[in-house]
Design a protein around this ligand. Structure first.
Ligand code: 13P
Ligand code: SF4
Length: 323
């Protein structure tokens, strides 16, 4: 298992201007026959360069289908690792290998295996925010956009362990009425939203709808008007008639919301303390400079033992079939 430190600062790494970096990334995409997959939580300047921008399911599906020689993943480690599991012959680049995820770090495969062994009648469904080691011991992978659909396809009597996100797990228990055993992990970004500040904000903006990611804590989800994955939130604001929204997820997605509905108002939900900890520190480790450098150097790249990859592929394929 790989443990990542929580990132701190991004130093300047090249003498290129922003315009030069942008044109170099575009040039290198052609030279390498590369596809650039970008998650909604990335900086807007990286979002602008994307060939595909999406949630973790959409990006895994794009990785499965691509005929590019190189996949450049502007997201976090587990997302790039999933792309590599699906494409062993392709070069998969990640601008910063330290771009991890607190959910993946908080669920070591060896410990999850011990936990799983206590429940021999249960199958293990793991949220895609986990390491390849965890995927390798899982029966099915899911994301926040397909978890309900996947669980609803399983027979009622099937017992389930859900890992690693306890908040998404609790939400799924509520929505499906099933009794699942939960691994007690959480996202450091989504658990930082302040219930107190959120209720105050709602009083100041009574017409605004609260829209939240299911990684948020139960008290936040209980007062939300809509709950969904990043792509579901984006779809919702496009179809809903309200003019104002309080967005309870990483604010990187607001860039796409404004693009989609420029006349609407999007308010980023506040964290507990006066900090910017509602921004994912892992996602924000990827910068335009690092994106350029990883394409120029063809490094850092995702590597993995073939035996581990083959085991991790089985539950990912199952997810893609059931989605
Ligand atoms: P989505 O699949 O909804 O994009 O979520 C990914 C994630 O890491 C949320 O914190
Ligand atoms: Fe992981 Fe949370 Fe960052 Fe998503 S926002 S990548 S769940 S730490």
């Amino acid at each position: 298992m790989q443990i990542f430190d929580i990132p701190v600062v991004n130093e300047k790494l090249t003498n290129l201007t922003k315009e030069e970096l942008v044109s170099e990334v575009i040039r290198l995409k052609k030279e390498l026959n590369a596809v650039l997959l970008v998650h909604y939580y990335q900086e807007s300047e990286i979002q602008e360069l994307a060939d595909y921008i999406g949630d973790s399911l959409q990006l895994a599906q794009a990785a499965e289908k691509t005929d590019a020689d190189v996949i450049v993943f502007a997201g976090v480690h587990f997302m790039a690792e999933t792309a590599k599991i699906l494409n062993p012959e392709k070069l998969v680049l990640l601008p910063d290998l330290k771009a991890g995820c607190s959910l993946a770090e908080g669920c070591p495969a060896e410990l999850l295996e011990k936990f799983k062994n206590k429940y021999p009648q249960h199958i293990l469904i793991s949220y895609i925010n986990c390491t390849a080691g965890v995927k390798a011991i899982s029966d099915i992978i899911c994301t926040s956009s397909n978890a309900l659909k996947i669980i609803n396809q399983l027979p009622n009597e099937q017992k389930i362990i859900f890992a690693p996100d306890k908040n998404l797990g609790k939400y799924l228990i509520k929505m499906t009425g099933r009794d699942m055993v939960l691994w007690q992990g959480s996202c450091i970004v989504h658990e930082t939203f302040s219930f107190k500040k959120l209720t105050r904000l709602k009083l100041e903006h009574p017409d605004a709808k609260i829209i939240a990611h299911p990684e948020c804590e139960e008290n936040v989800l209980d007062i939300s008007d809509f709950i969904g994955s990043t792509s579901a939130l984006l779809k919702f604001i496009g179809e809903d008639s309200s003019k104002e929204y309080i967005v309870v997820t990483e604010p990187g997605i607001i860039n796409q919301m404004i693009k989609k509905q420029p006349e609407k108002i999007f308010i980023s939900a506040p964290p507990e303390s006066a900090c910017s900890c509602n921004e994912c520190p892992y996602m924000k480790l990827n910068t335009l400079e690092k994106l350029y450098l990883c394409m120029k150097d063809k490094n850092p790249r995702i590597e993995m033992e073939e035996s581990l990859r083959k085991k991790a592929l089985i539950p990912i394929k199952k997810m893609l079939e059931m989605s």
